[in-house]
Design a protein around this ligand. Structure first.
Ligand SMILES: [Zn+2]
Length: 451
């Protein structure tokens, strides 16, 4: 739970049980419902011990994992001196890129029809369409904007001193230093990074026979005996039979009777690491934008996250990826000692449509919407408390509303959905373009149970 000082400055987050106790004894008030934040009545920032927290982000196409962590020396664990990383709060931010893409396509369809309704085709007279540098399609732009909006808010609720973000899928710079596996060292990590890269590049299948679901070896196209290098441009994946059959033969000789495959393998090998760069474009822009918060930003590769997760034995989820982002020196004894049992799920819903008519599937107006968005003091998406005096739904409820001009607003709670008069509603929090909910973290295997 986020905690604010008397003056509104962020303090170290606390456990939900501690927040309940403070609220119960009247020493704190609720400052915000979601994400749940309390403000202490008497404690000031100057009189508190604030060590600072890290924000860790794992940006994804559908959802971004965010973890609020703190790190302290891990002196107690069998005399080693590594850092103990604690996950304090886990958040999954679900994006609405697909809805935005769908909306843009629908608009393009309407415009296409209207243009062609009255016009014959003319070739463009000037090819003068340009886009500003750094332009991103709206669906990708939204990913950066919504992440930034949440990060800026989290920086207000928690004393964030560092931001760690997974920027690139593969750390291509580390490919040079690959070596033989020897425990948990840096060269093994580079090896696992290369392996992940090759799996993605060769579609998780054998380069020579397309076999999938079998053990794949890293194979030198030009054998090392004939002067082949260890660079990724000389590496492919091969199943065990293919790997043994090829042995130290040059690839031209091995694939002599399959010329189309030989051509395809060579073409794929010569293809520059371009697609990796395109995949990294959104990541670069996110890192640049995050830097504008004024908090130091550190960018890491996805291969390192996977490596951290593998060594600490964590399963895969957006929030656990975020927790494992950044430097963990496994030789020194760094460890993740606490994983939040529940995650806050923040879903982007947008702030309603600009269009004032809803068309049917043929494009004819079906429903006229009112110009106003606020009815009887409420707008769609507001978090409210309802006190229903009688009838089937009698009792107290908390949920989000969709407003109607009549004043009979539709209330959606965790379990039910019904209409309530605006007279029986009390506002808890204004709509901010998101809905909030809770979900349990993936059940953790092994001895490290959820904290
Ligand atoms: Zn094969």
């Amino acid at each position: 739970m986020f905690v604010l000082a008397k003056g509104g400055e962020p303090l170290m987050p606390c456990h939900p049980a501690r927040a309940r106790e403070l609220l119960g004894r009247g020493r704190a008030v609720v400052a915000r419902q979601a994400p749940f934040t309390i403000r202490l009545k008497h404690r000031t920032r100057a009189g508190s011990d604030v060590a600072g927290v890290q924000l860790r982000l794992d940006p994804g196409s559908k959802a971004t994992g965010i973890a609020v962590t703190d790190e302290c020396p891990n002196g107690t664990a069998e005399g080693r001196s590594g850092l103990a990383r604690q996950g304090l709060i886990a958040i999954e931010l679900r994006h609405r890129g697909r809805q935005i893409h769908g909306g843009m396509m629908r608009r393009a369809d309407y415009r296409r029809r209207r243009r062609s309704a009255n016009l014959r085709h003319r070739a463009p007279r000037h090819h003068n369409r340009t886009r500003p540098v750094g332009w991103l399609p709206p669906s990708l732009r939204h990913r950066i904007d919504s992440t930034m909006s949440l990060v800026t808010r989290l920086c207000r609720y928690a004393p964030v001193v560092e931001i760690h973000v997974e920027q690139v899928a593969f750390d291509t710079a580390s490919f040079a230093g690959v070596g033989q596996p020897d425990g948990l060292s840096e060269s093994t990590r580079a090896g696992s990074e290369i392996r992940e890269f090759l799996l993605a590049r060769w579609n998780r299948s054998c380069t020579y026979c397309d076999a999938t679901g079998v053990p794949l070896n890293i194979e030198h196209v030009r054998p090392k005996r004939h002067g082949g290098s260890d660079r990724v441009t000389n590496l492919v994946l091969a199943c065990v039979p293919c790997n043994q059959a090829k042995g130290t033969l040059p690839v031209e000789q091995f694939l002599a009777d399959r010329p189309t495959r030989l051509e395809r393998v060579i073409a794929q090998l010569r293809k520059p690491l371009h697609d990796v760069a395109v995949m990294n474009a959104t990541g670069c822009q996110l890192v640049r934008t995050l830097a504008s918060t004024g908090v130091p930003v550190h960018a890491w590769s996805g291969g390192r996250t996977r490596w951290n997760r593998a060594v600490t034995g964590l399963p895969k989820s957006h929030t656990l990826d975020a927790l494992a982002t950044g430097l963990l020196d496994h030789d020194r004894g760094d460890a993740i000692v606490r994983v939040p049992a529940h995650i806050l799920v923040v879903t982007s819903t947008g702030r309603g449509a600009y269009a004032r008519t809803t068309p049917d599937r043929f494009g004819f107006p079906r429903l006229r919407r009112p110009r106003r968005k606020i009815h009887h003091g409420f707008s769609t998406g507001d978090l409210v408390r309802a006190s229903v005096p009688g009838g089937k739904w009698a009792g107290n409820w908390v949920g989000r509303i969709a407003v109607r001009a009549s004043g009979q607003h539709r209330l959606t709670t965790l379990t039910s959905r019904f209409d309530v008069s605006h007279r029986n509603l009390r506002l808890l929090q204004r709509a901010d373009g998101h809905t909030y909910g809770f979900a349990p973290e993936i059940r953790l295997s092994g001895e490290r149970g959820p904290a």
